[in-house]
Design a protein around this ligand. Structure first.
Ligand code: MRU
Length: 364
């Protein structure tokens, strides 16, 4: 995506790998929209921590970060002992997989690389190929997001008013985004439309990240409080909902996404508003049998009890809002059942949630 500053416009990917230094470069998303900066992780534990701390976040972006972190970790190994390398590989995999539990993309990315690496014998070959495969994963992520855009653009007409939740945009992937991809494609086709960004408490990814992205892209938008969507729907002000997903169960068509998505899907059904979920292939979970089995991340009190922002001097700072002696419950994601979902926008086309399994060959 192009980022505008006073003087220029420059294209950035959310995550890249610096081969000569074995570093992973990440846009520091906790500082956006106030400050644009890039950080570089020096080791795989640091990369895992960047995922946990949400320097990088969003299913596709943490998928690519885990892929690069995995390659980074394998390249940190020194020596010739194959058994020691094998133990090291397991540690790298587990550390990155456990960094955040709900999104399936990191595990899918690393499993894919791990399988491919089996054909290479020497440690050196595995180290080199891991980098190539991580780069392939990131490239595929970009291409898939572009295809999502192509398939989803037809849902948007001149004047369509779209609601989106959280940030399933460029920052949540390597480039282009999933839920935003149809918007960017529709814009490229010359259509004008309006986007309502749910602010998405408790962390406000909609207000901070999606709104910033849409502003960079010159797309008409407004931030709404999470509680405003029902009112807008009742007044006929929303025509279409498009959200992303952190894990979509192929067996049932259930969709895990940022907390509050389920509420919006219930509201959309009540008001007969089409509700779409946009996903790349790495978000599909072919194994988990029920939504109830999806691990839902608990992010602790802090996000609910207050807010992070930037002081006038540019320092990242936290303000407590809630009653000091109260605690909070903070499930980061919820699960939307398939009967509330009109369609899943995938890189191969729009599919009904319960039909995903039928399209397995094309989707893998
Ligand atoms: O907690 P986050 O910010 O990593 O949450 C992920 C999300 O941004 C959303 O759930 C998003 O809609 C799906 S990720 C493409």
């Amino acid at each position: 995506m192009n980022v505008r500053s006073n003087k220029s416009e420059q294209h950035y990917y959310t995550v890249t790998y610096v081969r000569q230094k074995n570093q992973v470069a990440l846009i520091e998303q906790r500082l956006l929209p106030h400050k644009f900066s890039i950080i570089r992780t020096q080791s795989y534990p640091e990369t895992a921590k960047a995922i946990t701390d949400m320097i990088v976040r969003g299913a596709g972006a943490i998928g690519a970060t885990a892929a690069y972190g995995y390659a980074q970790g394998l390249n940190e190994f020194q020596g010739r002992d194959k058994r020691a390398f094998h133990r090291h590989e397991k540690r790298v995999f587990t550390t990155l997989a456990e960094a955040r539990p709900t999104a399936v993309d990191p595990v899918n990315a690393m499993v894919q690389i791990r399988l491919e690496l089996k054909q290479y014998q020497s440690i050196g070959e595995k180290q080199d190929q891991a980098v190539r495969l991580a780069e392939d994963f990131a490239r595929a992520n970009i291409a898939e997001c572009r295809s999502i855009g192509k398939h989803g653009a037809g849902l948007i007409n001149e004047g369509t008013r779209i609601l989106t939740h959280c940030n399933a945009g460029w920052l949540a992937f390597v480039d282009y985004g999933s839920a935003t991809a149809p918007m960017y494609a529709a814009q490229e086709e010359g259509k004008s439309f309006h986007v309502y960004c749910d602010e998405t408490r408790p962390r406000s990814q909609g207000a901070s990240l999606t709104a910033w992205e849409l502003a960079q892209q010159g797309i008409s938008h407004q931030i709404i409080a999470d509680n405003a969507a029902g009112h807008l729907m009742q007044r006929g002000m929303i025509d279409l909902v498009i959200v992303g997903s952190d894990r979509t169960l192929a067996q049932t068509g259930e969709v895990a996404n940022k907390i509050g998505t389920y509420t919006k899907a219930v509201l959309a059904k009540r008001h007969r508003i089409p509700f779409y979920v946009a996903i790349p292939l790495s978000t599909l979970d072919w194994d988990t049998p029920r939504g109830l089995d999806i691990p839902i991340e608990d992010r602790g009190d802090e996000e609910v009890c207050g807010a992070w922002g930037i002081t006038p001097s540019g320092r990242r700072s936290y303000v407590r809002v809630a009653n000091p002696s109260s605690s909070a419950l903070n499930p980061g994601f919820d699960v939307t059942p398939p009967e509330l979902i009109t369609g899943i926008i995938t890189p191969i086309g729009i599919i009904r949630p319960k039909q995903l399994m039928k399209h397995r060959t094309a989707l893998t």
